[in-house]
Write a protein that binds this ligand. Structure first.
Ligand code: PAF
Length: 257
């Protein structure tokens, strides 16, 4: 597997590749959800590029950034075993020669749901994804539906800026008890992990959004939002884990009442 750190190094390799290039951008700490994205890319393309970069511009909470899990050696082993050909692992200076003076902003959907609770988050996401697309030059890029708001904003960005990459959404991978896989799950205490599936279960409950907020609060969750938009119900909750908090997000097709 080819490990790439510099843009010039990658551009030389990219120029030699024939056929299609699939791209899976990640922040590392790979789990079965990322595995599904990589498998899909490997199956659908001649080459697959994985990027691992914990993007500081999308964190509005320094604590969350400092504690973001890192499992680099395991990540590389997983990628290699799945047939990923190239891993791009840039530094901040490589991706942000402008020191984030230039940004991609969206003025509507970004202000709702996670955007309303994490100011600047999606500007950081869209900016880094546009930079990565411009460097990697993929034919297809794969994103999980677990981050449905992110997926929608990236799809719309590609359309708005006439970018020639196909954005592919991949179904959320869940634990047997329904909890959506996330790198953040590793930070749940055993007690919080045992309670967490109540969140995904209640999201599918056909009662109103307000009734679900009430039910979650009675079950001890601190609710950021439960809202239905564009035919999907979105939710975010914060779980108290004693020394720290863990924020979980999820979404499901709008439950039929
Ligand atoms: O979903 C993620 O892991 C990140 O938001 C992404 C798309 C890799 C951008 O940093």
């Amino acid at each position: 597997m080819n490990r790439v750190h510099a843009v010039g190094q990658w551009r030389k390799t990219r120029a030699t590749l024939t056929g299609t290039v699939g791209f899976v951008p990640t922040m590392g700490a790979l789990h079965a959800g990322h595995k599904a994205l990589l498998e899909r890319s490997v199956a659908e393309n001649d080459h697959t590029v994985l990027s691992i970069y914990v993007n500081p511009t999308q964190f509005n909470n320094a604590d969350d950034l400092d504690n973001y899990p890192s499992t680099l050696e395991d990540d590389l082993a997983m990628a290699e075993s799945l047939g990923v050909g190239h891993v791009f692992m840039p530094e901040y200076e490589t991706l942000y020669p402008d020191d984030f003076r230039y940004r991609v902003e969206e003025t509507d959907f970004t202000n709702m749901l996670c955007g309303a609770h994490r100011p600047g988050h999606f500007t950081g996401v869209m900016t880094v994804v546009m930079k990565l697309f411009n460097i990697v030059q993929p034919d297809r890029a794969y994103f999980g539906e677990k981050d449905f708001q992110q997926l929608t904003l990236i799809r719309d960005m590609v359309e708005a800026f006439f970018m020639s990459v196909e954005v592919v959404g991949v179904h959320t991978v869940r634990e047997e008890d329904g909890l959506a896989l996330s790198s953040r799950n590793a930070r749940l205490t055993p007690e919080a992990r045992a309670r967490a599936p109540i969140f995904s279960k209640l999201l599918k409950d056909p009662r109103s959004d307000a009734a679900i907020v009430e039910a979650l609060e009675s079950a001890g969750f601190d609710v950021d939002y439960i809202e239905t938009h564009r035919g999907r119900r979105f939710g975010a909750v914060i779980m108290d884990c004693g020394s720290h908090e863990v924020r979980l997000i999820d979404n499901v097709p709008e439950p039929e009442g």
